[in-house]
Design a protein around this ligand. Structure first.
Ligand code: NAI
Length: 473
């Protein structure tokens, strides 16, 4: 490892600044936390010390380590106290002008070799750098909330950033146990850009009544995600999540891939902001939401379903297994009705699901009879089936394919490489797998086929496969 910076200042003692400061101090750095508000300083100090006590109580730190951390941390409202640090991480309010003023003041105080970093999530590093006399020492260092837990740091080089500066903050973040990924200076960087379809597709599915909210979320949990997309937006705050969606869309000059969702705008208009307002997609404080979509495998499973189930499990998308005059298969992007029209027989299709485990499996069908057969075949796997509305690409498969599409565009546009994007989504958004890892498992050619089929059936150009994906399919 090359340069690891050990004298750190964090500006802004809010949620992010306090967390970043604690991470640095826990890894052995000397840390000064600066804020203009004495109350913010006092709250940050109290919160951090309580958090360290909590780690001792849980046995994650011993008393000697805890006192070392306390000794290495200082809180101040005096900017001059930052004079001899090696790295300043700015985490104040998200306002380019206010940030610019702080950087001007910092340049007059710190040494010429001090690196200045911003934790901004939405302002271009290029724009912030304009406030500096020495933009070559300026870099983006984008942590995720909560900074003490989330491992990802996006390291954003602006047009003037010296490569050695980006390397030094990357190596420093790695020494703090972070996964630091170099990213180019584009709106949303990796995570806030590539993850858009995760939310957008869920609101689209809800809007089209593909399933109720609780079912949509349950299917993503079944697919390995810690939280479903809709419950996650309630946790983040509909206003916060929608404003990121808008900002990304506007910053890309209205690219259709990033179009925000009216369904979410309506929640914001109504003041249904999620958990913090007691109501969002869900109502809080009441009993947990009921699922309208039936999950049933109650009928006795006839023994003759087992071989069909085995064949279906091994079948590739597009290859049907016949059972009682019904064609059963995995989705390849077309709806069951479209498949049935071209096959001349009723069809039931499975959404994507992890092959191991006992989680529920969603399917759609072109007829009730087809649904009945599919329910029994899924039951033969010992897993519950979940009948959702018939639509192109179903729910999980369409979303994952569109995430791959967004990731592929990001590689095409040199935001990062495949490994960087997969790591960013795993460590910055807690995804169970990166989009490219999923695409390799599903088959890149299949992802292209799904996207083309969804684009054809919906008429929406935003599903057209990225040229990068076509090339590597
Ligand atoms: P926050 O509102 O919790 O804290 C901001 C702090 O900055 C406040 O304590 C405020 O007193 C202080 N402050 C305002 N102007 C100042 C100045 N001129 N000098 C010194 N301190 C000043 O905000 P939060 O959530 O911690 O966000 C801070 C930054 O981190 C923003 O740029 C935000 O975009 C970014 N960020 C936020 C994430 C989040 O999930 N909250 C995630 C990643 C980045």
């Amino acid at each position: 490892m090359g340069t690891v910076l050990s004298k750190i200042a964090v500006c802004g003692a809010g949620a992010m600044g306090s967390g970043i400061a604690q991470v640095a101090a826990q890894s052995g750095a000397q840390v000064i936390v600066f804020d203009i508000q004495p109350a913010a300083i006092a709250a940050s100090e109290a919160r951090t010390l309580a958090s360290i006590d909590g780690l001792v109580a849980k046995g994650k730190l011993d008393d000697r380590q805890a006192s070392g951390i306390r000794e290495r941390m200082r809180w101040t409202c005096d900017l001059k106290a930052l004079a001899d640090v090696e790295l300043v991480i700015e985490a104040i309010i998200e306002d380019a002008e206010v940030k610019g003023q702080l950087f001007e003041q910092l340049e007059a105080i710190v040494g010429s070799g001090t690196i200045l970093a911003s934790n901004t999530s939405s302002l271009p590093i290029a724009r912030l750098a304009r406030a500096l006399k020495t933009p070559e020492r300026f870099v983006g260092m984008h942590f995720f909330n909560p900074a003490t837990v989330m491992k990802l740091v996006e390291v954003v080089a602006g047009p003037a950033t010296e490569p050695s500066v980006a390397d030094a903050v990357r190596e420093t973040a790695e020494s703090w146990g972070k996964v630091a990924i170099p990213v180019s200076d584009v709106p949303g960087f990796i995570v806030n850009r590539v993850a858009r379809p995760f939310y957008a597709e869920a609101f689209t599915a809800l809007n089209e009544a593909a399933a109720d909210a609780a079912t949509i979320d349950a299917l993503f949990r079944a697919a390995g995600f810690r939280m479903g997309p809709l419950e996650l937006t309630d946790l983040i705050g509909q206003d916060v999540n929608f404003s990121v969606a808008r900002s990304v869309y506007d910053s890309y000059f209205g690219r259709t891939r990033f179009v925000p969702q009216l369904r979410q705008a309506a929640l914001v208009d109504a003041g249904w902001l999620g958990r913090k307002s007691g109501r969002g997609v869900y109502c809080y404080g009441e009993e947990s939401p009921k699922r309208a979509t039936v999950v049933s495998a109650t009928d006795a499973v006839k023994p003759d379903r087992a071989p069909v189930a085995a064949d279906l499990k091994d079948s590739a998308p597009g290859a049907f297994v016949e059972c009682d005059g019904i064609l059963l298969g995995m989705t390849r992007g077309r709806s069951a009705h479209a498949e049935a029209a071209s096959q001349g027989r009723p069809v039931a299709l499975l959404d994507w699901f992890p092959s191991t485990g006992d989680s529920e499996i969603a399917f759609s069908s072109s007829s009730d009879a087809a649904a009945e057969v599919m329910t029994k075949v899924i039951a033969a796997w010992g897993r519950p089936g979940c009948h959702v509305a018939d639509r192109a690409g179903l729910i999980v498969c369409r979303t994952l394919a569109q995430l791959v599409n967004a990731a592929a565009d990001a590689v095409l546009e040199q935001v990062s490489n495949e490994r960087g994007i997969d790591a960013a989504l795993r460590f910055g958004a807690n995804y169970p797998f990166g989009p490219f890892a999923w695409a390799d498992d599903f088959g890149r050619g299949q992802v292209v086929a799904v996207l083309d089929a969804v684009a054809d059936e919906t008429g929406e150009a935003m599903y057209r496969p990225s040229p990068y994906l076509r090339k590597f399919a």
